[in-house]
Design a protein around this ligand. Structure first.
Ligand code: MG
Length: 344
């Protein structure tokens, strides 16, 4: 009897953990609750046509869904003290019934132009890409905090800029070894999961997630992309995360896995036309590319693309770019940029 009960318990736990990991193919066109408008986003499916949806969960009466699957908010039903709401979607598709929980986040993101490059570390004493650097970027009031993601040999995404930490290749080393390594500020090497869990405790600073191309080649870069998007889905963190990468295929893969995710390209050689055709959110290029192609700023804006410029640490160039109406500046000096007119 005891053994049967144990077996049932073990089986139910297995089902639960598989259930959490399963990708139903369902996504929203938006995950944030706007400050003034009612519209949140459409429910879509990557795998089969949706016939009908009903809302479930604790917060059902704060939201409604139309026949064409548009979720809207009933603002008066929201609580002043709560930032996000988990809503259960009971979906009937051509292939059968499925359930998906989505986290809807009040959009209190700060609208300035300041993105802290690898967090705010230079003037705070925090190590770059540490949890502390992320916390400082949030405390300063940056619109975004950027960070870099690599993957261990056993497929755990971790936060670090270089492909190696203290001479140890991340891609060729198991997570149990990597997670014992410490950053110079005493923190252990952060996992992506810990980083997202910390970043989603607030809703003023967006998390700008850079997917690093793997030293092991394209296949590993794409595998990392799948791991990352699955983890963001599992942690219900879609509203917080924007993606960037130097690898164009990685960017396209993110959009395939998470349509409507905001993705910007880093390398610099693609024109605004090309990025718009591939449904990018924007370009995120070294400042020299916009100097060589001064028409790109206006052209991008006309096509609905944002412009983010890296890595700008000197006041005169910050001022010039602000005058040119770029949307974001990625900097190691967020404190300086925050003092400049036009940055806020
Ligand atoms: Mg980076």
């Amino acid at each position: 009897m005891k053994f049967t009960l144990f077996l049932l318990f073990a089986l139910s736990m297995t089902t639960l953990s598989f259930g959490q990991m399963k990708d139903t193919g369902v996504y929203l066109t938006g995950y944030t609750i706007p400050q003034e408008k009612e519209v949140i986003g459409y429910v879509k499916s990557k795998t089969s046509a949706i016939k009908s949806i009903t809302l479930g969960g604790e917060f059902t009466n704060a939201f409604s869904i139309s026949k064409d699957q548009l979720i809207t908010v009933k603002r008066k039903k929201l609580s002043a003290s709560r930032d996000w709401y988990d809503v259960v979607l009971h979906i009937e598709t051509e292939k059968g019934k499925t359930t998906e929980t989505v986290r809807l986040l009040k959009d209190h993101f700060i609208r300035n132009k300041v993105i802290a490059h690898r967090g705010a570390w230079k003037n705070t004493g925090a190590t770059e890409n540490s949890i502390a650097a992320l916390q400082h970027a949030v405390r300063l009031g940056c619109t975004g905090s950027e960070f870099d993601v690599h993957m261990s040999s056993d497929s755990l995404p971790v936060i670090h800029h270089d492909a190696a930490i203290d001479g140890v290749s991340i891609a060729k080393t198991n997570a149990d070894v990597l997670l014992k390594m410490k950053l110079s500020n005493g923190e252990f090497l952060p996992t992506l999961e810990n980083y997202i869990r910390e970043g989603t405790k607030q809703n003023t600073t967006k998390l700008v997630l850079e997917i690093k191309p793997s030293e092991l080649g394209k296949e590993s870069s794409i595998a990392l992309t799948h791991k990352i998007v699955a983890l963001v889905h599992q942690l219900h963190a879609q509203a917080w995360i924007d993606y960037i990468s130097f690898d164009y295929d990685v960017c396209l893969e993110v959009m395939k896995l998470a349509p409507y995710a905001k993705v910007a390209y880093l390398r610099g050689e693609k024109t605004p036309d090309e990025l718009a055709a591939d449904h990018f959110f924007g370009s995120d290029y070294h400042f020299s590319f916009y100097e060589k192609n001064p028409g790109w700023i206006n052209e991008s804006h006309q096509k609905g693309l944002t412009i983010n410029v890296w890595t700008v640490n000197e006041k005169p160039l910050m001022e010039k770019l602000l005058q040119q109406q770029v949307d974001f500046i990625t900097t190691n000096e967020p404190e300086l940029l925050l003092t400049l007119p036009g940055a806020k």
